[in-house]
Design a binder for this molecule. Structure first.
Ligand SMILES: *Cc1c(COP(=O)(O)O)cnc(C)c1O
Length: 350
């Protein structure tokens, strides 16, 4: 593997000319972390080889950077001066960073009051024009699709095919990191369904074997599981608070071709898996990122997935610092003591 950045590393697998100027922040090359304590917790004595693909370690803290290097590189190649997206937050932060690097104007539409603090802070810091709309992510996506039909602006949501081209590189990395093979199960959260579609493209193209896909949706925002649009999606996992996924049909095809499963997990299940990741393995993610693990845990408990001797990868899509408010709200508050050795010793011996 050579770096910097996913386009450079996997250029023969991507539809870019070798001389295209690449806009990159050296994204990708994220760790695949073996998680033995977690494997034992969700499948005792099964010999499950569980791995965590820690996508929160990308430059802006989510996997969106893989797709954004490709989308912004292509936008610049086509002469765009302005880019736009609708976002639950991570796409906004990523678009803002890559647009800054390319010297483009960047507009992001976010659902009012439903964007996690770290995502808002980053989007503003990178200099994006953040437009808070009184509506959902789905309303925002409809608006940006309409504006790009009227104005010469590039759309960088995952309906832009270049996003998927960049994101599929994570499947290549996983195969490389597992020594040239795909896992048995590939587990991830599903929101707009761009990522699950991109992984499937990647596994098929790379030719190192195919996993079965396990997609997790939050039960309050589970249109693909229910088979119908959810008008008012609700979940504390704001990154997947989406009621009408743009890549719905493509995700269904990927699930079908892989012999996969899509399932809904409650917010409590998501929080429980989020806690397990941090406490058993020292990996802090934003809540949505724990949904793939929650789905795996659920399917093993239901007997739908046999973990014995299997390899499973859970994609951890975003960093825990993205959403500090939810993290603090669902943890025990800190202890308060006087600044005094007796008090500290007494506390220790409780
Ligand atoms: C975008 C995002 C998702 C959902 O990915 P889709 O491609 O929309 O299905 C999940 N988790 C995090 C942290 C995200 O930012």
């Amino acid at each position: 593997m050579s770096w910097p950045g996913v386009i450079h590393a996997y250029l023969p697998y991507l539809p870019f000319a070798a001389d295209t100027p690449i806009i990159t922040l050296n994204e990708g090359n994220t760790p695949l972390i073996r998680a033995d304590r977690l494997a034992e917790a969700i499948a005792p004595k099964a010999g499950l080889q569980l791995y965590l693909k820690y996508e929160g370690l990308n430059p802006t803290g989510s996997f969106k950077d893989r797709g954004m290097t490709a989308a912004i590189t292509q936008a610049v190649a086509e002469g765009a001066k302005t880019v736009i997206c609708a976002s639950t937050g991570n796409t906004a932060a990523s678009a803002a960073a890559y647009a800054a690097r390319a010297g483009l104007r960047c507009l992001v539409l976010v659902p009012e009051g439903k964007i996690a603090l770290g995502k808002l802070a980053a989007s503003l810091a990178y200099g994006a024009e953040v437009i808070s709309i009184a509506g959902s992510f789905d309303d925002g996506l409809n608006l940006v699709c309409e504006i790009v039909r009227r104005q010469p602006i590039a759309l960088v949501n995952s309906i832009n095919p270049w996003r998927l081209e960049g994101q599929k590189t994570a499947a290549f990395e996983i195969c490389d990191q597992l020594g040239g093979r795909a896992p048995d199960w590939h587990c991830l959260p599903v929101g707009n369904a761009g990522n699950i579609s991109a992984y499937w493209l990647g596994y098929r193209q790379y030719g190192k074997g195919l996993p079965r896909l396990l997609g997790g949706q939050a039960s309050g925002a589970a249109p693909i599981v229910l088979g119908r649009v959810v008008e008012k999606p609700e979940t504390l996992a704001t990154a997947i608070r989406i009621g009408n996924p743009a890549r719905w049909q493509q995700a269904l095809a990927a699930l079908d071709e892989s012999g996969g499963i899509i399932t809904a997990v409650s917010d409590d299940d998501i929080l429980q898996s989020w806690r397990l990741l941090a406490r058993l393995e020292g990996v802090f993610v934003e809540p949505a990122s724990a949904t793939g693990l929650a789905a795996l845990k659920q399917q093993i408990a239901l007997g739908e997935i046999d973990p014995v001797g299997k390899t499973a990868v859970c994609v951890l899509t975003g960093h825990g610092l993205k959403d500090p408010a939810t993290a603090v709200a669902h943890a025990n508050p800190p202890h308060t003591l006087p600044a005094d050795i007796t008090a500290l010793e007494a506390y220790l011996q409780r």
